[in-house]
Design a protein around this ligand. Structure first.
Ligand SMILES: Cc1cc2nc3c(=O)[nH]c(=O)nc-3n(C[C@H](O)[C@H](O)[C@H](O)COP(=O)(O)OP(=O)(O)OC[C@H]3O[C@@H](n4cnc5c(N)ncnc54)[C@H](O)[C@@H]3O)c2cc1C
Length: 360
């Protein structure tokens, strides 16, 4: 049985909006603060810019095994979370199922083999190896020269912009008060959830939030024209000349991402970023050249020193839900469950690696 509490949620990106929605649904009295709530379609938060992949397995890099476990746990919560959101708002946010990771040369294909071995050793993610013909069968529109691939059927993708607006709508319809302003600071008697993305350390200075920094990423949105070949209906990831690129399906085209730089709060989209993304996308999917380039954006991923998010209470009145790095969309359902547990004074075992007290 939930004990209703007055709660301030700071930040209405996917994390804050989802927390506000689910907390309001459980009867908490929620105020959701974000100056961007006044900006209509002119959003700049990472949640608006992102690619929307739910892809813990294809993102795995050595050393990030705890992050994989968090992503795996959250991916399992996604179907129920998406169904609840669809019931609340009538919006289906899922845009693609499965990830095809492709390799252009022998070294890329060998790397796919190592990824399969790492996933198998950790017991996560079903991975099916594909030869050249297998890749063509799954995605015949891709370049003929691709040497092989890996099919990860458990991964999927959502339309992050649709998700963001659906979550904000669900939050207010569930009773949360949306306040289009910066959070004024801690109010006696209220619990605060810090979901301010890369700005967490500025909003609430603390040993854990001091570990959050912005990592820039540029991303493109391409619309299919009547003359354009159909896009793949699945997420495609590739390594091209040492750079990675991904193509994420959308109802009207594809999202191509993403660059990654340590440039502080720089949000400019550079010529080099757009050039590299388009060149790599064309190498994988030549038909992309006929698409319309409709949006180029840069966002700031809220990265921590150990690539793990900060989710949980740091004192009886403050809960952190920030530092989600490259995977905040994926990690949204798990974060909500862990924050709700923290509001109840308990903890969610699956979220233990994200405990912010590891930095205190
Ligand atoms: C190019 C790119 C591609 C990505 N692709 C993926 C992907 O495919 N899959 C995935 O899972 N993740 C992806 N990510 C990561 C994901 O976008 C982030 O991890 C996630 O959006 C973080 O959500 P958030 O709500 O914490 O932060 P944000 O979306 O940044 O929201 C934080 C909010 O806090 C508000 N705020 C700040 N200060 C205050 C204050 N003082 N008072 C009130 N509000 C305040 C801001 O205005 C902002 O709206 C990508 C990120 C980038 C940049």
């Amino acid at each position: 049985m939930t004990t209703p509490q007055p709660i301030d949620v700071v930040g209405a990106g996917v994390i804050g909006a989802a927390v506000a929605w689910q907390a309001a649904r459980r009867g908490h009295q929620v105020r959701l603060y974000d100056p961007l709530l006044a900006h209509g379609a002119a959003q700049t938060g990472a949640s608006f810019v992102a690619g929307g992949m739910l892809a813990p397995y294809s993102e795995l890099v050595p050393g990030d095994e705890d992050l994989l476990a968090l992503g795996h746990a959250s991916l399992e919560l996604w179907p129920g979370f998406a169904a609840d959101l669809e019931e609340a708002t009538g919006t289906d946010v899922v845009t693609g199922r499965g990830t095809l990771v492709v390799g252009a040369d022998g070294a890329d294909v060998a790397e796919l083999g190592r990824l399969t071995e790492r996933l198998a050793a950790l017991g996560h993610g079903r991975a099916e190896h594909l030869d050249r013909a297998g890749v063509r069968e799954r995605a015949p529109m891709l370049a003929r020269g691709l040497r092989g691939g890996l099919w990860l059927s458990d991964e999927s993708a959502v339309g992050n912009r649709t998700l963001l607006s659906a979550l904000r709508r669900a939050a207010t319809e569930a009773g949360a008060e949306a306040i289009p302003a910066s959070w004024p600071g801690q109010t006696p008697g209220r619990t605060t959830v810090i979901a301010a993305g890369h700005a967490a350390g500025q909003v609430l200075p603390a040993p854990a939030t001091a570990r959050v920094r912005p990592v820039k990423g540029e991303i493109l949105r391409l619309r299919r024209r009547s003359s354009s070949p159909a896009p793949p209906a699945l997420t495609v990831r590739a390594h091209i000349h040492g750079r990675s690129v991904y193509l994420v399906p959308r109802p009207d085209g594809i999202v191509v991402g993403a660059t990654m730089y340590e440039h502080g709060e720089d949000r400019d989209v550079t010529v080099a970023g757009v050039r590299d993304l388009l060149a790599d996308a064309e190498t994988v999917f030549p038909g992309v050249t006929d698409y319309a380039l409709v949006d180029a954006a840069a966002g700031l991923r809220p990265m921590t020193d150990d690539n793990l998010p900060l989710i949980g209470a740091i004192d009886p009145r403050t809960v952190l839900a920030c530092g989600h790095g490259r995977g905040g969309v994926l990690l949204t359902p798990l974060t909500v469950a862990a924050v709700l547990a923290a509001l109840e004074g308990t903890s969610l075992p699956a979220a233990a690696p994200a405990d912010p007290r590891r930095f205190s």
